[in-house]
Design a protein around this ligand. Structure first.
Ligand code: FEO
Length: 395
């Protein structure tokens, strides 16, 4: 890209990002933009500082950097902030108003108070002209991903208009190819979808309001802080963000999530799968012992109905089901209907907890539940009636 240089770190090895499975790695993208003045945007996770500094030195002498912009303070982007400051004696620091507060809350032990006081706190519509036809406009995008998050939109009279979007439109995806069209698009959109489901889903209400504001900008390139940059599929990724943030789904499908101790709950899950499949409704089933909850929540975002099953263990939930339901409660998939099922030996308890935790996730749970004592008989596994009710509730 003319006058824009990638100085980030592609993390091929990472497989867990604060609990989210990153099976295709990730990247912490940082960029240098050169006009008459030079700008550095974001940093990388601290363990990769030396590599990051080396990348910067390949582009320019760090002391020539005139501005450093923090688009978002989470440590994957600001971890190297205190370290890089020593190499930027001439840079004016820029962040959103909330960004300044949150930088201070993170780095008060490492950075002197007067440095924070000198950071330029920008608000919506503030601009930075760096010459040679390049001008940045700052637009806060609170809660994509934190309250401090903002995008830096650069118009360029001599090049392309670029949105430096930080977490928004990113993917945990390691690749040696920088552009959307150079990569396997199915993989890229899959990772963008998983990113949204695991990082942004519970913030959808705010995102739905913010996306039109961002989409109205005359964007030609999007450079996020994770994964690939978008140049040929910008309408598609904006459209997906609109769809995900409104809780729209492609088709009325069912997700069955369960675990099992001695196969009784598995029998219920399998019988439900068959009954739903026979109605011609797409259904997917995950046993949590063998599935990762960050993959499962991605499926939950796409389904209309979420059916959760657990055996009763110690009067409550099986641990893997408790873990999933707790994760789901935080992320709150939109516009879902739910059904709880399970097995028990004497007192029960798991199904009641499933209902409670589904309600806490704002899922519209059916009053009917399925609870079977010890091992189901064939007649216990006739779920025609309850599936009829489920389909009716799915609308
Ligand atoms: Fe990639 Fe919210 O940090």
């Amino acid at each position: 890209m003319k006058d824009i240089y990638y100085v980030g770190y592609v993390d091929w090895e990472v497989r867990n990002f604060h609990g989210y499975s990153t099976n295709r790695g990730s990247s912490y993208n940082s960029y240098i933009v050169k006009g008459e003045k030079t700008v550095l945007i974001d940093t990388v996770k601290r363990p990769y500082f030396d590599y990051f500094l080396g990348n910067i030195k390949d582009v320019c002498d760090p002391s020539e950097i005139d501005y450093y912009i923090t688009n978002h303070v989470e440590m994957d982007h600001s971890g190297s902030f205190p370290l890089i400051l020593k190499y930027l004696p001439n840079a004016e620091l820029i962040a959103s108003k909330r960004g300044v507060e949150i930088l201070k809350a993170h780095f008060h032990e490492e950075i002197a108070e007067d440095i924070f006081n000198k950071i330029r706190a920008v608000e919506e519509g503030d601009t930075l002209d760096i010459g040679n036809g390049k001008k940045f406009t700052f637009v806060p995008i609170p809660m994509i991903h934190w309250p401090d998050s903002m995008v830096s939109f650069m118009t360029d009279e001599n090049g392309k208009n670029v949105l430096f979007s930080n977490d928004a439109f990113g993917q945990h995806y390691a690749t040696s190819k920088r552009w959307d069209d150079e990569n396997d698009l199915a993989e890229v959109f899959q990772e963008a979808e998983k990113y949204y489901a695991n990082i942004l889903l519970h913030l959808s209400g705010l995102i739905a309001k913010t996306i039109p504001k961002v989409g109205a900008l005359p964007i030609e390139i999007i450079c996020p802080s994770h994964g690939i940059c978008w140049r040929n599929h910008i309408p598609e990724i904006l459209e997906r963000y609109t769809k995900w943030s409104k809780g729209e789904i492609d088709e009325k499908s069912v997700l069955i999530v369960y675990d099992t101790m001695w196969e009784s709950t598995a029998k219920i899950a399998k019988a439900l799968t068959n009954e739903i499949k026979h109605r011609g409704i797409p259904v997917k089933r995950y046993r949590l012992t063998n599935a990762d909850y960050s993959d499962v929540i991605t499926e939950a975002m796409k389904a209309k109905a979420i059916l959760v099953g657990s055996p009763t263990l110690n009067n409550g939930l099986y641990p893997t089901v408790a873990e999933y339901l707790s994760y789901q409660k935080g992320l709150k998939p939109l516009n879902k209907v739910g059904l709880a099922f399970g097995s028990f030996g004497w007192g029960g308890g798991a199904v009641k907890e499933i209902v409670e935790l589904m309600n806490a996730a704002k899922i519209d749970v059916m009053e009917d539940t399925i609870e079977i004592k010890f091992v189901p008989r064939p007649e216990d596994l006739d779920f025609k009636e309850i599936v009829d009710k489920l389909i009716e509730k799915m609308g």
